[in-house]
Write a protein that binds this ligand. Structure first.
Ligand SMILES: [Zn+2]
Ligand SMILES: [Zn+2]
Length: 305
């Protein structure tokens, strides 16, 4: 990448409307995480296979106000046009009839005009976090958070079936109990949107912020640390995988991720089986697309032995 010019002294002389347009262009389009991820629930971990990232730092920083909100009063005002923190009195609320978990975070910055929403939650979290059936389903909660203008929502494939993975087959068993009231509610929630990105893999790029930001893969200014890319965009997926690969080689990490690119038709097939088995519906097939999540972590989690 050629290095962009570091300064632009004429900027203050531009008309206000133009300056504001430029500030708007610098705002991140983020994946807004509704809840915190736990590495042991995202990855298959045990003593011999520790998780290669704690995931927490990425989550935290991805919920900070955009970088340009800290440049000057003018840029701050632009960031606040559509972005905000929830008021404090709404951050810890439990709404009756609405799904709730201790992993939910209401303290993250959210730009309703730009951000998509993502739910980390899967059944694996039930063990450690408060959750009662009958108080609304997690997918109902997610669907409600999808912004009507933006219309992007996504969840883990393992939400629909804990067994989902590279070896997933047509006959894998469904995660729902036969009498689970959430089965019906989840299906209804999914039908409320015409498109969903279903995260089939979570890959972490361990890099310093500056080099990662320079690639443009984590937002124009590197303040969009969580990305979900549609698997049909093979070229873009390749770019992230190459970046992850080069970081792992360059730093001689202790734990390596599987960075193979799965053929599109194979991942589509697995998602098809998943939707058919868990939702029992062909109707949802076209609405649900496979995606890969890429997270930028600036801590060196993968270098410990
Ligand atoms: Zn990490
Ligand atoms: Zn590196």
């Amino acid at each position: 990448m050629s290095s962009p010019q570091a300064d632009f002294p004429l900027f203050p002389q531009l008309p206000l409307e133009l300056r504001e347009e430029i500030w708007r262009f610098c705002l991140p389009n983020r994946v807004h995480e509704l809840d915190r991820p736990l590495a042991e629930n995202v990855y298959d971990v045990d003593e011999d296979h520790p998780a290669w990232c704690h995931l927490q730092r990425t989550s935290l920083v991805n919920g900070y106000p955009p970088l340009i909100s800290r440049v000057c009063r003018e840029s701050r005002a632009v960031a606040h046009e559509t972005g905000r923190f929830l008021p404090l009195d709404q951050q810890d609320r439990i709404v009756e009839g609405e799904w709730y978990s201790d992993t939910l975070r209401h303290d993250a910055w959210r730009d309703a005009a730009r951000d998509s929403v993502y739910l980390n939650w899967t059944r694996a979290y039930e063990v450690d976090f408060y959750y009662t059936e009958g108080d609304g389903s997690p997918l109902e909660y997610l669907a409600k958070q999808v912004s009507p203008t933006k219309g992007d929502g996504s969840m883990m494939a393992q939400y629909l079936d804990a067994n989902f993975g590279p070896d997933y087959t047509e006959v894998s068993t469904s995660v729902y109990h036969p009498q689970d009231p959430n089965k019906e509610r989840d299906s209804e929630a999914l039908k409320q949107q015409s498109s969903w990105l279903v995260v089939t893999r979570v890959i972490v790029v361990h890099s310093d912020l500056q080099s990662a930001a320079a690639t443009g893969l984590f937002g124009l200014l590197g303040d969009s640390l969580v990305q979900i890319v549609d698997c049909s965009n093979a070229t873009r997926i390749r770019q992230y995988l190459d970046l992850a690969e080069s970081c792992e080689q360059h730093h001689q990490v202790a734990i390596r991720q599987n960075l193979q690119q799965e053929p599109l038709n194979e991942v589509e097939q697995r998602l098809k089986w998943l939707v058919k088995r868990t939702q029992g519906s062909e109707e949802l097939l076209s609405a649900m697309r496979p995606g890969i999540m890429f997270r930028l972590c600036t801590q060196q989690c993968d270098r410990r032995v």
